[in-house]
Ligand binder design. Sequence first.
Ligand code: ZN
Length: 143
Amino acid sequence: MRCPIETQENAELLLSYSARRLNSESTAILEAHMLLCPACREFRDGQRALWEALDRWEARPVSPDFDRRLYRKIQEQEQLGWWARVFGPLRPMLLRPALPLAATACLVLVAGFVAAYTSYEEANLQACHCELADSQGCHFEVS
Ligand SMILES: [Zn+2]
C-alpha cells in the first residue's frame, strides 16, 4: 500500500478509518501499513484523541429563560423601523467615531514622520553636495 499521507492520495481512507466507516478488508490493509508508517500512526492517534474528546464533550445546558430572552429580542427587532433594520448592523460603527479618528490620527502621524525624515535626508544630501562642491572649488547658487 502506498502511504496516503506521503502520496496525498486516498487521504479519505484515513478519515474513514478514524470514523470507523472503512470496510474490514481496507481496515486490515491500512492497519498493516500503520505498523510500518509513523506518519499514519501519528495521524491515527491524533484522530483518535479528537474523537475521544468529542465523545466526552457535553454541551452546556441552556439557561431556563433562554427562550423568553430570545423571543423578546426578536420582538424588539420586529418593532424597529425599516431604517433601523437596514442600518442596524452598522450602528456599532456609527456610534464609535473614535476608531476612524484614531486611525486617521495615526495615518497623519506616520505621514508626518515620513515627510520629516525625507526632508532631513534631502537636507543631508544637499549638504554633502555643497561640501563636495566646496572641496572642488565649484560654486553653485541655490535659488
Ligand atoms: Zn503512511
